[in-house]
Write a protein that binds this ligand. Structure first.
Ligand code: GLC
Length: 768
């Protein structure tokens, strides 16, 4: 039986009775289809669910064709066709070019025993995304991956699964075929099993089978559509793109001042210092230790005068202490999670006996957001949200902490009209805390873009926070793992990500630290952090040579800020990742499908960091096209593999032909001085880049206070033509010179032209 009526989300939908149950198909637009299968009635939309309601999309007309073996629903204007076998409930999809993809290998299932969806995998098909994973592989075939937010008890080396985040999102790519993505809209414990050749199995322990199929046909179109579905990251303040220096813990305040002074004295660019748990009074969140930090407002102000911002850590566990205002207020308002017998749940974390806010309730999020006032009033610039899988210890921390676990899955949670148990919202705990933090910061300082950082989270976490990958180790394996991990996070919709540079646990060696900072300046979120009890891991703790290397690469990061900030703006508006695997730009080149140790920073820069010890050279794959060595300007033909020399101070870095990279002057911190001169590093070829600028911290850009300068590079005859501007938009940058520097003249030095930037259009010609 086929019925056409509105879905529970208020969008026109097709309902078909099949043996596994009633299937509901909704075309959100011609190339995004939602598929639902429920054992009984479809459940109403959850307030904590990630996607916007189906009717928020443009929709599409469709036609239904039916013959005895197949029911076809074809979207208008060359969109997707869903092909359903009514006898089994199996679905497959066809695109406008009649290419088949995303076919069910078995009938779908959603009943009291759980949810199952098995997709066929073509021979040449490759899989990416899946959120936060371990191992150095970029491509995820052969893996069994679970979605259950967890603080892994053992070091998260290859094979450790699950991790802190649960992001049931993947991207499928094959040469010549359409790239597509799936997001499973189910927050219960679930898994992806890619161990069986020829199939990808998704299982969830409860809830509905509910997935969104997002058609490319290119990987970048898939990520852009995922962003429309799962949300875009907000534009962060520009200072958060600078270097962050952290350690568990810089304490007392004199130590924070000392670190700040060392960074400035040694001319290591840095914008942010992090305060880990020891700034608090007995690990009571939203308090200060009066002895160690007697005057935090003065500390923040003094550091601010030196160009630093402070970010402080907050954990969800609230110390159970009747003399503590936060505990009392949460208890009085019944904001803490209770167990099935209605007793408030107590578990051990840093402050020993602790209780846990229910972030799935809006009033609890509002309360928590407001508690941040004690920090913002003191001059704290951003919040670092930790331990929110949530993790608990088996013993009091004061007795060693013991092994880790989480809250009982049968704890009732959620707003009164959406009551559920922890089992359904466990994976959302970190997202709820991040949302509370972000929305609270926005209320407390409505003029400033919030910055916050978060460890756990579900799909869509990018809407509220940057995230880091938790407690890695100072090991080569963890350095090597960082690029594939972060690139897959980007493909899962989460662009603002990083790992602890230098490694959190264990002791970095000088060589490891040097290589890590070379790779680390590519991370969208760029922070050095290390654990208590490990050797000091500030850049100067490894001797002069390593300090000089750290300076060289932090300076490169800071010079690249105009380019990077534009990439963040693109991520904000389109959902494109900032750090991208090569397949993102070269999806038809099988040579890049498994390439885990090279990465694109935006469309123009490609890096091949050294991620193994003792290396002084490495092979680098250059995809088709022309490339230039960033350091020597040497012209290199692509579709080739080269041997790149890589002495300890060298990050192999390449620029794509046709690039015009906007670079700024050296700076100690991001708003130290105006962007003068603005240098456009130009590499012969054909290309274009829309360089974005605004005030870097407020929301004025949303009212048109920004400017975009189109940079265009083209080869015409024997000449290179570089066009700059005109500047478009209301934002007025400070007066400045523009230097156009053209590379690529063999051993010749780059050719330069300088002019005053009036915002008017300029065209320059260079003989090659
Ligand atoms: C957790 C965090 C780590 C932090 C430590 C102490 O292990 O992941 O970054 O330093 O807690 O707060």
């Amino acid at each position: 039986m086929i019925t056409q009526k509105l879905s529970p989300d208020g969008a026109p939908a097709i309902y078909v009775d099949t043996p596994p149950g009633q299937l509901c198909l909704t075309f959100l637009q011609p190339d995004i289809v939602r598929v639902r299968l429920a054992g009984g009635n479809f459940s109403p939309r959850r307030s904590w669910a990630v996607p916007p309601p189906d009717h928020a999309f443009s929709g599409t007309d469709w036609e239904v064709f039916s013959d005895p073996s197949t029911l076809r629903v074809a979207a208008a204007s060359g969109g997707l066709t869903a092909n359903l076998d009514p006898a089994t409930g199996r679905l497959s999809f066809t695109d406008g070019q009649k290419r088949n993809f995303c076919s069910d290998a078995e009938p779908p299932k959603a009943d009291s025993s759980g949810v199952q969806c098995v997709k066929e995998v073509a021979d040449s098909e490759h899989f990416y995304g899946f959120g936060e994973r371990t191992g150095i592989q970029l491509e995820r075939s052969g893996r069994w991956m679970h979605n259950w937010t967890t603080d892994p008890a053992q070091m998260h080396s290859t094979g450790v699964d699950p991790m802190y985040k649960a992001i049931p999102v993947y991207l499928a790519v094959r040469p010549g075929g359409p790239a597509y993505g799936l997001y499973f809209n189910n927050t219960w414990r679930s898994s992806f099993d890619l161990r069986m050749p020829g199939q990808l199995m998704y299982l969830a322990e409860a809830g509905e089978l509910d997935y969104y199929l997002v058609y490319g046909p290119t990987p970048s179109e898939v990520t852009e559509k995922f962003a429309a579905l799962l949300g875009h990251m907000p534009l962060p303040p520009r200072w958060s793109l600078g270097y962050h220096q952290s350690r568990w813990s810089y304490t007392p305040d004199q130590e924070v001042r000392r670190i700040a002074a060392e960074l400035r004295r040694r001319k290591l660019p840095c914008d942010v210092l992090h305060l880990d748990i020891d700034y608090m009074d007995g690990y009571r969140v939203f308090t200060w230790d009066k002895e160690r930090f007697p005057n935090p407002a003065r500390l923040a102000a003094d550091l601010r005068a030196q160009g630093f911002r402070l970010v402080s850590i907050i954990d969800p566990g609230v110390k159970s202490d009747p003399d503590y205002a936060v505990y009392r207020s949460g208890l009085e308002q019944d904001y803490f999670i209770r167990d099935a017998s209605r007793q408030v749940v107590h578990r051990y974390v840093w402050p020993d006996d602790s209780v846990f806010p229910d972030f799935s309730r809006p009033e609890v999020r509002a309360w928590w957001g407001e508690l941040q006032r004690t920090l913002t009033d003191t001059g704290i610039a951003g919040i670092w949200n930790d331990m929110n899988e949530p993790v608990v210890f088996s013993l009091p921390f004061s007795q060693g902490g013991g092994s880790v676990g989480s809250l009982p899955v049968d704890c009732p949670q959620g707003p009164p009209d959406e009551r559920t148990t922890h089992a359904e919202v466990h994976n959302l705990y970190g997202s709820g805390m991040a949302q509370a933090s972000y929305e609270g910061l926005l209320k407390l300082r409505p003029e400033d873009r919030p910055f916050n950082l978060c460890r756990s989270g579900f799909a869509g976490i990018q809407r509220w926070t940057a995230s880091w990958m938790g407690d890695n180790a100072s090991s080569w394996e963890h350095l090597e793992m960082s690029l594939p991990q972060l690139m897959n996070m980007g493909l899962s919709g989460t662009p603002f990500v990083g790992v602890d540079i230098g490694g959190f646990t264990d002791h970095a060696t000088p060589e490891l630290f040097a290589r890590w900072i070379e790779a680390g300046i590519l991370y969208p979120f760029c922070r050095g952090h290390s654990a208590i009890g490990t050797i000091q891991q500030q850049p100067w703790d490894f001797g002069e040579q390593v300090e000089a290397i750290a300076r060289k690469y932090l300076e490169l990061r800071y010079r690249l800020l105009p380019y990077l900030y534009t990439l963040f703006y693109q991520a904000h508006t389109t959902g494109q990742p900032i750090l991208r695997p090569l397949l993102y730009h070269f999806p038809d080149d099988p040579a890049v499908f498994h390439l885990h140790d090279q990465a694109m920073l935006g469309p123009s820069l490609m890096a091949a960091p050294i991620v193994q010890p003792g290396r002084h050279a490495r092979s680098v794959y250059l995809p088709a096209g022309v490339w230039y060595d960033y350091w020597t300007s040497e012209r290199l033909e692509g579709a080739s593999t080269i041997l790149a020399p890589a002495p300890l101070d060298h990050l192999p870095l390449y620029v794509r032909a046709g690039a015009a990279l906007p670079l700024g002057p050296l700076m100690a911190y991001t708003d130290e001085k105006p962007l003068d001169p603005l240098t456009l590093e130009v590499y012969p070829g054909n290309g274009q880049f829309d360089f974005y600028e605004d005030d870097g911290h407020s929301f004025a850009y949303q009212d048109g206070e920004f400017t975009v300068t189109q940079l265009a590079v083209s080869l015409e005859g024997g000449r290179l033509v570089v066009s700059v501007g005109p500047r478009q938009g209301r934002y007025q940058p400070d007066p400045r010179r523009i230097i156009v520097r053209v590379h690529g003249g063999g051993s010749q030095p780059p050719v330069e032209e300088t002019f005053e930037d009036t915002g008017a259009f300029r065209r320059l010609y260079f003989d090659l």
